[in-house]
Write a protein that binds this ligand. Sequence first.
Ligand code: ZN
Length: 339
Amino acid sequence: MPRRHIHPAADSLPVLSLPSGALAHTDRTYDYDVDRDPPNVEPIEHKIRLDFMAGGPIRRDDLLGEYNPWKFDPEAPDADPWAAGIKPKPRGLEYAEATCRRTIDEEVQYFEHYEDDAVLATAPAFLANRLRLVREQPNPEQALEEERERRESWYRKLIPGMNLYQILKSSSYGSLIETTIGTSPDESALTQQDAFVGMVIVDEETDTDAYATAQRIAPEYVIREDRLSSGRDDVSPTLSDFGITRPAPLLVGEYATGGQYPFLPWGDALVCSCPYKHDKPWRVMCKHELLAAVVAGSTDSIFLPVTRGIEVPHRARRFVSPDIAATHTPRTDSHRRRS
Ligand SMILES: [Zn+2]
């Protein structure tokens, strides 16, 4: 399978070698297989990141305290825990919920033309695969309806209530901003407690000190994969699960909670390697990615900053697909009605 080799600016750093699934969809060598590869970064994930980037810093006071995401029912009158009006709903979340509602409408075309390969070629990878399977069912109309309900449940229930509301709890995102100054921490406050560190991740056989000396890198920025939090957790993916070869120059999130999770280049963006994100494939965001979105939004860039450490290649810092960033406009439904 073709790979992309990205040479860092500094000669002393190793090449970042990525599989074709990490490339942009528009790249000639892009290749993604639903059955073979880890879950893609779906278009909705890119859009939700842009929504939280546009939404600005999130106040600690506005996070949820007691909230049980597993009991979320979008039809229940008290489904929205912010609806009581005691706390204002974070702006980024308002955008994200509006994006989910709009995406249901935008995807109707795929269900209507599920037998048309030309239409499915433009659909998100996971959905396109499911709709191709629908055709093979003995009762495709019924299977199509089940698939439509499943997709709608993702946008109406799983993404907002069971995923985004959950990370917007004091015990989740709040744990990353607990010690920051002020109630509405911005990028500079956030990156004092949490850091995006440029590092070379090496395999278990490598002597990190010897490697650092040979490559003329400060030894604190060379780390064995099994020393990272992700390397000590069964649910977290490894670099090789995502086809990334070691040594790899990557951005590693170091958090106030003590966790150390690399961002893996994938699907024209980055994916956090923490267990929360990978435990349930329907989750579109973890608290670390939310923090990354707020930080990226503060600098108005789709690239995450390197707080300290080595200068990793741009591809290892690109948090959102440039193609989707160029076409997605974060907005609420009321804004849409006014415009
Ligand atoms: Zn994470």
